[in-house]
Design a binder for this molecule. Structure first.
Ligand code: UDP
Length: 247
């Protein structure tokens, strides 16, 4: 399956539909090396622009899905009308797919009681899901133990919920350790699956305004998206017109 990508401010983004991205993920699971799915948004890009090592991680990812509303707007400005694929929604589909195809799964991240609750809820929702390893995300003092635990469990799919940039850095490190595992960083998804944090009502999600809902509920998030989001859109517009002049 061929990747079709669009470059925004130096970062390639895959233009797959959800179904195509899932098919592509299955081919990554079947491949003989480990791979990394990044759910990209303007905040991650802003961070990558200031940290070269992190930019390299994004550029080497095997699949980059357009999560943030800013990415959708940026692609639209460049003539690409893509479906937004949220990290949490995509990770859930990956788990359903794992249950269906008996793919061994590992879960790492969130606070100890959160990962336990998320695990229980997932097992209730998907009783046949083969979860071979789980650990909370606060393992600074026993990192090697967690890495060995994951390695020994041999998962083919690993969900990492440590928040950016930590989760992407951890996945990048694991890429050279695990022989064939598909990994994705999913931020606060375990908190949602544990019932600790509510997702926005469906109508907000459908309108692409989940970020606004989360900011209203947790005003401390405001500094994450402002001025990052408008600045990102401004830079994409600037890039488009600068490119035109060169042509
Ligand atoms: N987290 C963790 N270990 C850490 C720091 C954070 O496991 O050292 C978890 C935290 O408990 C939460 C997730 O990482 O479950 C980050 O959630 P956040 O909502 O900040 O991520 P976002 O979805 O915004 O990327």
């Amino acid at each position: 399956m061929q990747r079709r990508q669009k470059n925004l401010l130096g970062y390639n983004i895959d233009l797959f539909s959800v179904e195509e991205a899932l098919d592509y993920s299955n081919s990554l699971i079947d491949s003989a090396k480990s791979s990394h799915i990044v759910t990209i948004n303007p905040e991650i890009i802003e961070y990558a622009n200031k940290h070269e090592d992190f930019a390299k991680i994004l550029k080497e990812a095997e699949l980059v899905i357009p999560d943030g509303i800013g990415i959708k707007i940026g692609l639209k400005i460049n003539g690409e009308n893509v479906q937004r694929i949220t990290g949490i929604g995509f990770a859930h589909s990956l788990l359903e797919n794992a249950q269906k195809n008996n793919i061994p799964v590992a879960l790492v991240g969130a606070k100890p009681h959160v990962i336990e609750k998320a695990y229980e809820n997932l097992k209730q929702e998907m009783p046949e899901l083969n979860i071979v390893y789980k650990h909370d995300g606060y393992f600074r003092d026993c990192k090697q133990e967690v890495i060995d635990g994951i390695k020994n469990a041999s998962p083919k799919l690993l969900l990492v919920a440590l928040g950016a940039p930590m989760q992407e850095e951890f996945i990048y490190e694991l890429k050279s350790i695990l022989p064939s595992t598909l990994m994705i960083g999913i931020g606060g998804s375990f908190d949602v699956w544990a019932g600790e944090v509510q997702r926005a009502p469906e109508i907000w999600q459908k309108l692409g305004l989940e970020w606004l809902y989360r900011t209203i509920k947790q005003p401390e998030r405001f500094k994450r998206i402002f001025p990052t989001l408008p600045l990102f859109v401004y830079n994409v517009i600037k890039e488009k017109f600068t490119k035109k002049e060169v042509l």
